[in-house]
Design a protein around this ligand. Sequence first.
Ligand code: SF4
Length: 664
Amino acid sequence: MRYAETGFNLEIDLSRGNIERVETDPSLTKLHLGGLGTNAKILWDRVPPEVGPFSPDNLLIFGTGLLCCTPAPSANRTIVTTISPQTLLMAYSMMGGFFGPELKKAGYDKIVIRGKSPRLVYLWINNDQVEIRDASHLQGKGGNETAELLRQELREPEAQIAAIGLAGENRVYTASIEQGKSSASRQGVGAVMGDKGLKAIVVRGTKDVNIARPAEFMEMCNEVLSFMKHRLQNPLKLPDGMPIILGYLGIQEMALDDEEWHTTNFAWGNARHRRKDFWTKETEERWKETQEKVVTRLIGCYNCPIRCGGSVSYPGLRTYMMKCYSKLTYTMAAMSDLDFGFRIAQRATEYGVDGFSTPQIIAFALELYEAGILTDQDMPGMPCDSEGRFFWLLDMIVRREGIGDVLANGTHWAAQQIGKGAEAYAHNNIKKHEQLPLKLGMLNPIYFLMYCTGEKINITQIEGQFPQAPHTSREAREEFVKDWIQVPHERFKEYFVNWEPGTFPHNPPPEAVCDIVDWQEAMHYIDDATGLCAASSSFILKPPYHIHNLPRIISSATGMDIDEAGLWEITRRNRTLVRAINVRRGLRRKDEKPPEDHWKKRFPELEAKLLDEYYKFKGWNSQGIPTKEFLQGLGLNYVSEDLVKRGILTDSEGNQAVAGKEEQ
Ligand code: SF4
């Protein structure tokens, strides 16, 4: 019997209309757990670097985390993996909500989709019965609208649905996959779904998931739940920091109406400057009123007590769910009001576009227009006011009309195509992908490494366990570490206690920086393999899940013999495999850069040293390529053999990249 996982994947070939239920190899669970780990293994084995994002041979994998659908609180993530049209590297985007648990209840750990359908279709998974059905009547429909129509059509109000909107159908590079409470938004996974001609996946499941040692597992889950409830009622009391992570367990953006920190400390938009004068008493009252009027209730994902999402309703518009920064991305990119942000996010959600990248693409277009690089001829009929322009450009992008067809490929590719100096305006990218728009002062060495080297290409998927800045006094720092049980080792407490304010970028020292980044990253890789939500785990300070209780939680759920060292090794294997996929697709040291003007004060020598130290720390060579010895130590011999065969590692030791060794 398989525990925690179902032991079966669904293999769908859309070119042939073929559906197969395939038993999976349990030894892969031991090596990679599930979710991102086993997704990466499939992608390595079956998608060679010659395959582009819109090739029928590209796979689109919906992989549930190993603990997804078990009673583990907030274990509900589905990891969507493919090759990104924007970065041309491996994309993995997480969605919460209820889809993953429903898929497990239907009897599958993953859906692996290949090929392309000649016409628009949807997939209907009803326990053992799986069908590919015509979706021509859903063409052009919004993500939430599609879900509503399918629930009615199938008479299945309980079905869970992941769908694309018009943006996905039109292969907009920032297209998302929407599923109500949550979405898989980053790196254009929705564009790949649209390219495959797949409008939606509908799932209904009524089976159970087996647990190996139920009494022990439930005891562990109850401990986590009690901790969560305690923290919800007794927020961390920190002397300084961001409001959203100070008071609560998760990211409570929809419950929070004091946005001073965000609106005055972030440089939203693209090249726009922060506005210290933005937040006034009057703004605060107006925004509070808007939020109280339109956010009708707070909602959570499957088996999570945190409820960090909000149901947003406007008369005449379809209700939608919002969480976290999407509340502010359009608002601040347009330098407008919260009411505008909520209204345009409704349209954007139906279209199915990423709420981080898309407002920046629009702001980028407007900056090019203001600079005279784009002209009235490029923008025929564009309204004069900022809000009107945002709506107009959103429509143009999603429909791929006129200049929208160029902008739909994201700021990097659009700038290349537009030329005339447009590249200078596309500077908030890492590896061609738009980042959270921040303009800060002094280089932060921890964030420098996370920005440069994170394979998710999104800072929120690496950061979280270590405070972003030191508390002002040593006493406050000593107080903070007193109950810091989550640290893997006591030395992390020392890093924090000895971290004096104003000592960036040389303190913490590079070896400590690597250690901190490695820990933060490891926790995210555990979440991404198990399906735990990062907002109750790796993304927050002092979370209920940590390296000391996770081995027992995983072990009692799955029956696998696993301890801290073993879990750390699996995490390292998964992280290395993801890196190897990207290395095989051309990723090198020269690509590992933070957004160009993220920090005003940069230190090129220190930055090079940090990268050197980090690569060494990880067991990679000077190009960021895992060495043969390191790969073999993780049992990834097949990876080292392939990298040698392709000339990426040398045949002898495999410790040197063949080309561009000294490239910076
Ligand atoms: S913390 Fe929020 S996003 Fe995470 S599982 Fe809970 S409700 Fe969902």
